[in-house]
Design a protein. Sequence first.
Length: 84
Amino acid sequence: MSAEALETFNSIEQAVERIRDVSTRTASAAEEQHSVNEDINRNIVTVNNSANQITDVSKTLEELCANQSSLNLRLTKLVARFRT
């Protein structure tokens, strides 16, 4: 084998090694990005569930406040009857 052919094969081997390294790093980065995306999705679901719970609690609180207001009005009327 001539020196020129050997040098060409060495260059090709180095290029293939660089391509392999870049491919490995790319695959690793893609896997990490996928993992991060899954974490983000889980966090979004958690925030959404929390928001739904807050909405439910707010509705319950609104109902309780309305009920309390009604009871307060009834009590005020009862007290007024005793004052007269």
